[in-house]
Design a protein around this ligand. Structure first.
Ligand code: FE2
Ligand code: FE2
Ligand code: FE2
Ligand code: FE2
Length: 400
């Protein structure tokens, strides 16, 4: 089938940017801005469409390793992105996470090297042209955005940014790239494009359509790039999305689903909690009971899952199955409060299996539960009309 890779990437970029927005407490669109500046520079340097797609994808994904980084080094309490970015591990983790992404031309090592400096003063001491060119471009956009904030609307900031970049010519940045940056940043529109309200439109305009002939199997493999990032956010969910994907596949066989439906269900499972990237770890990893306000905060994750997936052509059913996994048949689920008429069989299946998967995993406030104990709890939800009775009974049979 034909699949629009850039729609897919732009949809999920929202969730990746949430990782960093958690660190700063605001939606900053950092990855999108780094992608925009990198693409403008790549175009000015005469890179091919395939290379421009790659640099946009890499820029959007460049800080994906922060999802896990926060966990291992900061216990979920980093207060500023700049401090967290200043750690080499997020480069290594990020590089490993994206190895299955279908880049067009790219050589490995770009995310790994996005904090290298031209003069060798970066994390790993690589120097000059030993740093891949795309890593140099992303590095310039990234470093400059972190310090000077491209989104600051004040035109005085334009001069500040030019001074910042110029002062680092031949030090942090290659002299040639500093010249390219100057060239692309002469027009006021370049700066307006970087403001939060306009960055999405600017990306849509700058990134050419990238439609590829691809199988659903391959889309599943790419989706696992994201499910790995999602699961890495908390040690309690390390196997949540992949475990759900496996169980959904098992039940799809159990119910004799066709090959394509089965793959779509697995894709929905692998991305169902992508919105969790926007939920602070302080809530996800809280050892005690959540307050009412914290519980409300968690409910936004499926709203975000819908936002990420709904604009991807071909993902219409996947979006419903993924984003409705906390909806209940009695209309008392979230975030839409849909009733049974609006929830098809696969959405109901996803709900039951998500509960099953979560209860059989350890949580900060309890140990993992056995199949029996899990089915007792799900049985109560069945009896109160919240989840589908037939599906509950079949899940019990399939996993006992
Ligand atoms: Fe970084
Ligand atoms: Fe960054
Ligand atoms: Fe969820
Ligand atoms: Fe989940």
């Amino acid at each position: 089938m034909k699949f629009n890779l850039n729609r897919y990437l732009l949809g999920l970029s929202f969730a990746i940017d949430c990782v960093e927005s958690e660190l700063l407490g605001v939606t900053t669109n950092h990855g999108k801005r780094v992608a925009y500046v990198s693409m403008r520079m790549a175009k000015a340097m005469g890179m091919s469409d395939a290379e421009i797609f790659d640099i946009a994808a890499l820029a959007i994904l460049h800080d994906n390793g922060l999802a896990e980084e926060r966990l291992t080094h900061h216990g979920g309490h980093a207060d500023r992105l700049y401090q967290v970015e200043d750690l080499p591990a997020h480069c290594l983790i990020g590089e490993g996470n994206v190895s299955a992404f279908p880049f067009q031309r790219v050589v490995p090592g770009i995310i790994n090297d996005h904090h290298e400096h031209w003069d060798g003063s970066g994390f790993f001491g690589r120097q000059g042209d030993a740093i891949p060119l795309m890593a140099q471009i992303i590095g310039l956009a990234d470093y400059t955005d972190l310090v000077c904030r491209f989104q600051t609307p004040d035109p005085a900031n334009w001069a500040t940014i030019h001074d910042f970049v110029n002062q680092r010519k031949g030090h942090a940045f290659s002299p040639d790239l500093v010249d390219v940056f100057r060239q692309v940043s002469t027009s006021p529109a370049f700066w307006y494009d970087l403001h939060d309200p306009f960055i999405q439109a600017a990306l849509d305009r700058t990134m050419s359509e990238w439609t590829v002939e691809i199988t659903w199997e391959r889309v599943l493999e790419i989706s696992r790039v994201f499910s790995r990032i999602i699961d890495s956010k908390s040690r309690f969910t390390l196997s949540h999305s992949c475990g759900l994907e496996e169980k959904v596949g098992h039940m799809a066989d159990h119910f004799n689903k066709g090959a394509e439906e089965r793959l779509k269900l697995r894709i929905a499972a692998s991305l169902h909690d992508v919105g969790k990237l926007a939920i602070p770890n302080a809530i996800l990893d809280k050892p005690g009971k959540l307050t009412d306000e914290e519980r409300q905060t968690v409910t936004i994750h499926t709203y975000y899952t819908r936002l990420c997936l709904e604009r991807i052509p071909g993902f219409e059913e996947i979006t419903e199955w993924a984003a409705n996994h906390h909806e209940k048949l009695d209309g008392r689920g979230y975030p839409l409060g849909l009733g049974k008429e609006a929830l098809d069989f696969n959405a109901r299946l996803m709900t039951v299996l998500d509960i099953y998967q979560a209860l059989t995993e350890e949580r900060p406030y309890r140990k993992s539960l056995s199949h029996r104990r899990t089915m007792e709890i799900i049985g109560k939800l069945r009896d109160s009309g919240e989840v589908d009775a037939q599906i509950v009974d079949e899940v019990d049979r399939a996993f006992s």
